[in-house]
Design a protein around this ligand. Structure first.
Ligand SMILES: [Zn+2]
Length: 295
């Protein structure tokens, strides 16, 4: 045995001993879960620090992705949110390989039954229906159940003459449900049209990332469209577009800032201001509704 071989052998013995005595390396998965690195400025923060700052980097303002229930806590008045249709889950209608397993894992990772959570609530004391897509559940993709839940939230808002606020974060249509998932684009858009014709207010808030069939349907139909800073918003990925049109895309293409400059968004709102801004929008809408009652 040369020196290298001896070293290798010693390391192997040490590893085997550690394993046998239950002295494995510290659980790096656990460590990783306690800390998070900002992808923008590389500063490392504890989970607690990030939760306290609503998942916004205290150093550079980068907006981390946010789970549905964290979002609800951020926007709705404490204790006011009443979730609806919480038990609805997806079925493997096309018998797509491994989809059942993918759904099972998504439920475990996210703690949700599906990627969309909605319910009745108050925001700054104004009654509303709020829905949130959670990107930790199969990238917040829209299959038949997500489409149905979004439609239910629109119809509930319509029946009860309540404003509707939806926070989108999605990779688009759910691949495993094929054409059935594409149909949800038409279904949610049609429901939104009926809601709009009845005078309903829809505030669409686009968060990082809002792409594909979700952006190409209900999410871009807001009476008011807000977005979080630095969010990726677009239909297809930049590489696909570059290859299709054979041109280089402009700097910052598909970011909130670029879309605001080009008239697609009404406003970019920092996460810390979201509840206040939405509260103000609901207040203005309430006035409009009371004015129409007086006519
Ligand atoms: Zn940062």
């Amino acid at each position: 045995m040369d020196t290298f071989e001896i070293k290798k052998h010693k390391i192997w013995i040490m590893k085997s001993l550690r394993k046998g005595l239950g002295l494995g390396r510290p659980d790096h998965g656990q460590e990783r879960n306690m800390f998070e690195k900002c992808p923008s400025c590389n500063t490392v923060f504890s989970r607690k620090e990030l939760e306290d700052s609503h998942h916004v980097c205290p150093s550079c303002g980068y907006h981390f992705r946010m789970g549905a229930h964290d979002r609800i806590r951020l926007i709705c008045d404490p204790g006011s949110f009443e979730e609806m249709a919480a038990g609805m889950t997806s079925a493997n209608v096309l018998d797509f390989p491994d989809y059942r397993q993918v759904l099972k894992e998504a439920k475990q990772v996210s703690g949700l039954n599906e990627a969309y959570v909605f319910g009745r609530c108050t925001v700054r004391s104004y009654a509303a229906v709020t829905g949130v897509l959670d990107s930790s559940f199969i990238m917040g993709s829209m299959g038949a159940t997500v489409g149905e839940k979004i439609t239910l939230s629109i119809e509930y808002a319509q029946q009860h003459q309540l404003p509707l606020i939806i926070f989108s974060a999605s990779g688009g249509a759910r691949m495993q449900e094929g054409t059935v998932s594409l149909m949800q684009m038409a279904k949610t858009s049609a429901a939104m049209r009926r809601f709009s014709h009845q005078g309903g207010l829809f505030v669409s808030c686009l968060t990082n990332p809002t792409t594909g069939g979700v952006l190409a349907s209900y999410a871009s139909l807001g009476d008011i469209i807000l977005a979080e800073p630095g969010a990726l918003i677009g239909f297809a990925g930049p590489r696909v577009i570059e290859q299709t049109i054979g041109q280089k895309l402009p700097e910052g293409f598909q970011t909130s800032e670029y879309l605001l400059e080009h008239g697609f968004l009404d406003r970019i709102v920092e996460r810390s201001e979201l509840r206040d801004i939405i509260g103000q929008i609901l207040k203005l809408h309430e006035r409009r509704r009371s004015a129409s009652w007086n006519l």
